[in-house]
Design a protein. Structure first.
Length: 372
């Protein structure tokens, strides 16, 4: 990828290395962390260097020439105006310039006190644009924004303090071809979504490869989000119990089950710690009053925790399950948690996924099997 803002814009921290070298460095970094557990090699899933990101947020900076897109500087000294961002997927890229022109050509209605714009797009060319303001949005703004929806062929939302204006929808519908089958997902403006569609598919298919080794049983998932992994993996298990703390994500997950005609998943709004308490019968939850936890026979668990990794109670719980799929966004906390998990399990497969080229971020996957 070539970008005129390399070295100034803080969105891309790695820009002097070739992509091949960048990927090799990420692999070496993760291998060094996993070497104490006997890992000598791992599968590498690369990304497209450009047009890979389906979700992006830009500041709107105002100067004498009008409104500009801006990002934080690489040296942390304020912001820099940008005229391009080659890493966003094409449905975002093609709408960025016309949107900014419309803002600048507006008689103050769209431009006044706007300070950020968020894009959420799909590989099928749906795009949701959220315009964020420091003022209350009125009917005049709505009228002009509806006209802009037609011009951009996009859905537009407005946000200001304690105000959300939805003109058409607050979601886009993505279609992903995973393991020989199409899956539909509603992605909501306020919910978490995997930012790199192509690498997301690779991550899910890697998890499916592990599930196929297990051959049945029930499946437990913590941090399930909107069902990104849950729904494609559900076909390889008898029943699925999936937990997530976010109300929006649980709503989306249930909606996505209906979209995909999946009926063997029970989505429950619980934090990881609460899931552990419930399964260990340490605490009763009203949200579980119609769920018979004792009827599940979990053969496999998938965890996809935040950067802080797993808490000890969750580690103790999943250590009792034969097969563990651990998806990690932080290799340091992954290595820390493996120090405990490898007391009861051995590592069967490992991978890294490069969701964010030109950054130091790397996702990892580890499949563990209980010691015989």
């Amino acid at each position: 990828m070539d970008c005129k803002h390399f070295g100034t814009c803080g969105s891309c921290a790695i820009f002097e290395l070739s992509y091949e070298q960048e990927l090799a460095d990420k692999k070496e970094r993760v291998l060094d962390l996993l070497a104490p557990f006997g890992v000598k090699d791992l599968e590498v899933f690369s990304a497209s260097e450009a047009n890979y990101r389906a979700r992006s947020e830009f500041k709107i900076w105002h100067d004498d020439n009008g409104a500009n897109y801006a990002m934080g500087r690489l040296d942390k000294q304020g912001a820099v105006n940008i005229t391009e961002c080659p890493k966003v997927i094409e449905p975002i890229e093609k709408r960025m310039k016309p949107l900014l022109e419309a803002i600048n050509n507006s008689v103050e209605v769209l431009k006044r006190r706007i300070f950020a714009v968020e894009f959420l797009a799909t590989t099928t060319d749906e795009c949701l644009i959220t315009m964020i303001y420091h003022r209350k949005l009125d009917e005049v703004w709505e009228q002009e924004a509806r006209e802009l929806e037609k011009v951009l062929n996009a859905k537009i939302m407005g946000r200001s303090r304690k105000q959300k204006v939805v003109l058409t929808d607050e979601f886009v519908r993505e279609k992903l071809f995973i393991d020989g089958q199409d899956y539909l997902y509603n992605y909501y403006e306020s919910g978490f979504t995997q930012p790199n569609p192509a690498v997301n598919i690779q991550m899910i298919e890697w998890a499916i490869k592990q599930a196929k080794k297990v051959k049945g049983g029930d499946f437990l998932e913590s941090y399930c989000g909107l069902g990104n992994f849950t729904i494609p993996l559900s076909k390889y298990f008898n029943r699925v119990l999936a937990t997530e703390i976010s109300k929006r994500s649980i709503y989306s997950a249930k909606e996505n089950c209906i979209l995909n005609n999946v009926s063997n998943i029970e989505f429950i709004r619980l934090a990881s710690e609460e899931m552990t308490q419930a399964l260990n019968k340490e605490r009763e939850f009203q949200r579980l009053r119609e769920v018979d936890l004792d009827s599940y026979n979990f053969s496999t668990v998938l965890v996809d925790p935040p950067r802080s990794g797993l808490d000890m109670a969750t580690i103790e719980l999943i250590s009792q399950i034969d097969n563990i799929i651990y998806i990690s966004c932080n290799p340091e906390t992954l290595a820390r948690d493996l120090g405990e998990l490898t007391k009861t399990h051995k590592i069967d497969d490992t991978a890294i996924y490069d969701q964010f080229p030109h950054t130091h971020h790397v996702e990892s996957g580890v499949f563990l099997v209980k010691n015989s």
